[in-house]
Design a protein around this ligand. Structure first.
Ligand SMILES: Cc1cc2nc3c(=O)[nH]c(=O)nc-3n(C[C@H](O)[C@H](O)[C@H](O)COP(=O)(O)O)c2cc1C
Ligand code: SF4
Length: 687
């Protein structure tokens, strides 16, 4: 039963000529599938419809071939040929009464046009601003170009209608959409009637919306996603100027979609941004216009959502990541199943799928983007196979997810944990600075397991092969994790770094176990994800003088994909960490380390009292190997299968572990598919 305090979230609300059934609004988000995997993306949106969202949007959709963001593979609406794929998407969105929205993006100063080879067009001729600093500049739109661009928007609006959408979102936030480029003095330095005063800078968006209203406004809602603050002072489009703009154009769109000026700010990870982090920037804007307002802020708490609507801060609760982690979030609130919400942990792994142009993953929801590819549903498992029980060894993210999903399938599950707490690496890592929200990976699963009668958990159970053979379980799932190496082996060194044993060397496991170096510490990061930066921050805050050396050109290099690399660098500098980039570790001596410049091979001595190696991990797979060595004994012991998963198979981020656990549970007792591809895909049709 729904808590009446949340009734307000289920009130219908009008957007232009249409009415949304509730206040749950899935704002545009990409998924690493884009135009390459249309049916996979459509199925993912269809699941959100099932989960109860009132409004569901596509990701940004390139609305004309003169502005595209290759190598990223966002959706396209370049001509009629793109309509069928988008219609599949809108139909999936509308299955349960949600409004289907398409976000139209003209990328302007953000589109290098690497694929179409067209000259980029922008309000002002400046270098293209992309993650990859493409050596390309834009030509300033002249009056004819502006007329053309207005027509292209109308064409795109008509095609959106033909593709079955109810709403159009014009993209003008995150630094990505042309409306922001016109509004901001930083990217609009024109001296004609489209530049200068705010009124002039607002002209283009006014013209486009007027054109679109004439074309489709009687049947479609037109929303404007606009930057809350570019955070570059008065040169950029500031929060104060946004308020002025909205006051000046109060009735312009059918809804104001408020999102930060940069993507890094808007989708900031939990390490740097709390829930509702944009509240101050949004508060008061609703009073400036009669049109409804949607805002974002990694909302997972229904109390926060209801408060924001009740206080008149927002009309719609915008969610990207929370809708990925739990597509059934609205339904669970509606059914009073708050404890069942799989809360987003704010790790931004979902964004890495887009940044690497692969296919997105979600740490909390392993079924994300597998709804069609593998037929995985986030709430429902496939029926149980012919065996009846499973021993899961290890309660880290892989083991916990395997146990949860297996129990849902109907297996009797015994979960054996060597220690005294559930969670494995997550139980340790959640205690590191900024990572407490990651503990939700454990909390969600721990609660779910506590609700299942067919799962038994055993602590202090470090098992040998003999124990396992004695127990008589049919299926053995080994999720025994991994540990960090102390010998420096990773990418720079594929064999151990020469080291004098007189120098104390620590690993992340040591630090997480409470051991501490003192004095001057050299941290060697050849892992390049978050761990090096997090431990440097921890030790510096505890009083060590930390020098972080890395062979990479960036601190925590891979976190450029989670949009937090800049924030990590800033935080380390603030904490007093000395950062030495492009610097490898040549050897460890008794009184310090020898460093090596990765380009020139120049060597230097760096004195220190201790070294922390954040390099790579070794699978803890001894039990798996022992059991494989005793394969001949399996039949007598009643064992049908033994499988190693997660970090015990090959160390990787937590999202890989929850995926592995889920996959194990899905595939147990399933027919062997031999050499067949284990997922569906769409292959480009030949012309
Ligand atoms: C994986 C991912 C892809 C995104 N892609 C888009 C996009 O295509 N267009 C857009 O306007 N915003 C995009 N965003 C930003 C979100 O719409 C949203 O503004 C931001 O993530 C903050 O909301 P949240 O805290 O609910 O995630 C994306 C966010 C994520 C996590
Ligand atoms: S990958 Fe991480 S940030 Fe993205 S939705 Fe899932 S839990 Fe949230």
């Amino acid at each position: 039963m729904r808590n009446p305090a949340y009734d307000i979230l289920f009130q219908p609300m009008q957007i232009g000529p249409l009415t949304a059934k509730n206040r749950f609004y899935q704002v545009p988000h990409c998924n690493g599938g884009g135009y390459r995997d249309p049916t996979a993306v459509a199925a993912m949106r269809g699941i959100k419809a099932e989960g109860g969202w009132g409004v569901i949007f596509t990701e940004q959709t390139e609305m004309h071939h003169t502005s595209e963001i290759t190598p990223f593979i966002e959706q396209r609406l370049w001509d009629d040929a793109d309509i069928p794929a988008l219609r599949r998407m809108s139909e999936a969105m509308k299955t349960r009464g949600a409004l289907a929205g398409i976000q139209l993006a003209y990328s302007g100063i953000n589109g290098p046009n690497l694929y179409t080879k067209e000259v980029p067009l922008a309000p002002t001729a400046l270098p293209i601003r992309t993650f990859t600093n493409d050596p390309v500049q834009a030509r300033a739109l002249d009056k004819t170009d502006i007329r053309d661009l207005r027509r292209w928007f109308v064409n795109a609006a008509k095609r959106s209608k033909l593709a079955g959408f109810d709403l159009i979102c014009l993209y003008g936030a995150h630094g990505f959409g042309i409306f922001q480029h016109f509004l901001s003095r930083a990217t609009n330095q024109r001296t004609d009637e489209y530049g200068g005063s705010l009124e002039n800078r607002s002209r283009f968006v006014n013209e486009v919306i007027a054109d679109m209203r004439d074309a489709v406004g009687d049947t479609m809602g037109i929303t404007l996603r606009v930057s809350l603050d570019e955070h570059i002072g008065t040169l950029g489009f500031s929060n104060a100027e946004l308020r002025e703009f909205i006051e000046m154009n109060a009735d312009l769109p059918d809804l104001w979609d408020l999102a930060h000026g940069t993507w890094e700010d808007c989708s900031g990870p939990s390490r740097f941004k709390d829930e509702a982090a944009q509240e101050t920037l949004v508060t008061g804007i609703r009073e400036l216009s009669s049109k409804p307002v949607v805002g974002v802020g990694r909302f997972t708490s229904p109390d926060v959502m209801a408060r924001l609507v009740r206080q008149g801060v927002l009309d719609f609760i915008g969610c990207a990541r929370p809708s990925i982690a739990d597509p059934f979030l609205p339904k669970k609130i509606e059914e009073g199943r708050i404890e069942d919400i799989r809360e987003c942990i704010g790790c931004n792994i979902c964004i890495t799928g887009d940044m690497t142009m692969s296919i997105s993953r979600c740490t909390q929801n392993p079924t994300f983007m597998e709804e069609w590819r593998k037929g995985w549903h986030p709430e429902t498992m496939n029926p149980k196979g012919e065996s009846s029980n499973v021993l899961v060894v290890g309660s880290g993210p892989a083991g916990l997810e395997a146990a949860r999903a297996l129990s849902l399938r109907g297996y009797d599950v015994a979960l054996a944990e060597a220690g005294t707490t559930l969670g494995g690496r997550v139980a340790r890592e959640r205690l590191l600075p900024g990572l407490s929200a990651w503990g939700r990976v454990v909390d969600y699963r721990q609660y779910q397991l506590s609700q299942r009668a067919n799962v038994e958990t055993y602590f202090d159970s470090r098992l040998s092969a003999a124990d396992v053979l004695e127990f008589g379980f049919e299926n053995i799932c080994l999720a025994t994790g991994s540990h960090w190496r102390a010998d420096g082996v990773a990418r720079q060194h594929v064999t151990a770094v020469p080291a004098d044993p007189a120098m104390p060397v620590y690993t992340p496991d040591d630090i997480m176990a409470g051991k501490r170096p003192t004095g001057e510490v050299v941290l060697f990061d050849d892992d390049h994800y978050y761990m090096g930066g997090v431990i440097a921050e921890l030790l510096a805050k505890e009083g060590c003088k930390v020098t972080l050396i890395t062979p990479c050109a960036y601190v925590s290099d891979w976190t450029r994909n989670t949009l937090e690399q800049g924030a990590i660098h800033r935080r380390l500098v603030d904490a007093g960490v000395t950062i030495r980039l492009n610097t490898g570790l040549a050897s460890v001596a008794a009184e310090g380390v020898e460093t090596v410049d990765v380009y020139t091979d120049a060597r230097a001595r760096l004195g220190c009292d201790a070294v922390v190696m954040v390099t790579s991990r070794v699978s803890d797979d001894a039990l798996y190997r022992d059991l494989m060595a005793r394969r001949d004994d399996w039949a007598d012991a009643g064992i049908r299968s033994v499988k190693v998963i997660g970090d015990a198979a090959a160390p990787a981020p937590i999202a890989w572990a929850t995926y592995a656990g889920h996959r194990y549970a899905r595939e147990l007792d399933m027919p062997d598919i031999g050499d067949a591809l284990p997922f569906r895909r769409e292959v480009t049709a030949l012309a």
